[in-house]
Design a protein around this ligand. Structure first.
Ligand SMILES: [Zn+2]
Length: 229
């Protein structure tokens, strides 16, 4: 039998470097396609190269950084095609989840869904409110997938990191009010389908919501040229 290994303390430098780089990729600090020079970053941050390399590896696992052999490390591109592909997979996974959610829905879970949808109707005007709104949106969709109790589906869904794509696009181009109103109606429709325990309506509501949201993001990337370095 394998010996139980001790839990190692996580290096603080490594975590801080990860947080700083991630914030700058999700915000406006770095642009898609920017080269990340490990040595230069280490110098700038006053740390050794190791925590920077560790952070870069973790960011690559999230799809935020691309490590190109013999070429270098770059902030991942934000191409319209890749956004469209991510949202197609997301839609398929959430609609699959929707087929299994109703059977497992408890009153407790329904009130959690209700609380999240209520919170999503709060006004959004500042960057901070936008970030909170996006966080609540992630919570809603992740709870939906988790409710299936299907671990593989949940892992697959999480590894898609669709919310990071959303955050990257929105940090460069804030969604218009009309789009937020549309989104609210769609979230209400999802909640109503849950409340009515209507699996067909739930699949349809999610399908519409994710199709519309994906198309809007693709438009943003194309129009604002946010993918261009
Ligand atoms: Zn949503």
């Amino acid at each position: 039998m394998m010996k139980r290994l001790p839990r190692l303390p996580r290096s603080r430098a490594s975590d801080s470097v990860f947080d700083i780089l991630r914030e700058n990729i999700l915000g406006r600090g770095f642009r898609p396609g920017d080269r990340l020079d490990v040595r230069a970053l280490a110098d700038q941050l006053g740390v050794s190269a190791t925590p920077v390399k560790d952070a870069v590896t973790r960011l690559a696992a999230e799809g935020l950084v691309e490590i190109r052999p013999r070429s270098g490390t770059f902030v991942a591109e934000l191409a319209a095609d890749a956004v469209a592909e991510t949202f197609e997979i997301r839609r398929a996974l959430e609609c699959l989840a929707a087929e299994h959610v109703i059977g497992r829905l408890t009153p407790d879970l329904l009130s959690r869904f209700t609380a999240i949808v209520d919170a999503l109707e709060r006004p959004v005007s500042t960057d901070r409110e936008r970030a909170q709104h996006e966080q609540k949106n992630v919570e809603l969709h992740t709870l939906l997938v988790e409710t299936t109790g299907n671990r593989r589906l949940t892992d697959l869904y999480r590894s898609l990191n669709a919310h990071l794509v959303v955050a990257r696009v929105h940090s460069r181009r804030s969604p218009e009010q009309s789009r937020l109103d549309q989104e609210r109606r769609e979230h209400r429709a999802i909640l109503e389908a849950l409340d009515a325990r209507d699996a067909t309506a739930l699949v349809a509501a999610l399908d519409r919501h994710i199709r519309r949201a994906g198309a809007a993001l693709v438009d943003d990337v194309r129009e604002a040229g946010v993918g261009a370095a």
